[in-house]
Design a protein. Structure first.
Length: 160
């Protein structure tokens, strides 16, 4: 099963909360922890990491807190995952060469690399703005035609 870490999951939830706040209104860790029902130490750690990597701006002082460094439409899910978890890759060989001892003999290396690129592209096509949009029909990101997988028609014998 492919799964994001809790830290990444919570980080995206916090980013969505900040995206939903009035423009450039800083929210502090305590406010975000309370509204998301997460522990303050975890929220503080995530916010610091996001600020260190340039996704958030930290503002000190009595009215300080965090706000998005860019518009929600400019922040992609793949970027948030990369900052919190590392590169989007389903296997080690999709991250880079020489990470797997079986790389030179592997017959599925290239297909896994292609699949990882498709997954990363799909995540790059979804923005933070897409995540926080309230739609009557639920979440419906636009999917680029390159990501739509066509299945070959079943052989005639299989259909009969």
């Amino acid at each position: 099963m492919f799964r994001l870490s809790k830290t990444t999951d919570y980080g995206i939830v916090l980013m969505a909360q900040l995206a939903s706040a009035p423009e450039r209104t800083p929210l502090n860790a305590r406010e975000l922890a309370h509204s998301s029902d997460l522990p303050i130490p975890m929220v503080s750690k995530i916010l610091k990491a996001l600020a260190r990597e340039g996704l958030l701006v930290s503002q000190r002082g009595a009215k300080g807190g965090y706000h998005l460094a860019r518009l929600p439409e400019e922040l992609t899910v793949s970027e948030m995952i990369r900052v919190l978890e590392g590169p989007v890759a389903l296997t080690d060989c999709a991250i880079g060469p020489a990470l797997c001892s079986h790389e030179s003999l592997c017959t599925v290396r290239e297909p896994w690399q292609l699949i990882s690129r498709v997954v990363e592209k799909a995540l790059a096509d979804v923005t933070l703005a897409d995540l926080v949009k309230r739609r009557a029909n639920g979440f419906q990101p636009s999917v680029s035609p390159a990501l739509q997988i066509e299945r070959a028609a079943a052989p005639r014998e299989a259909r009969e």
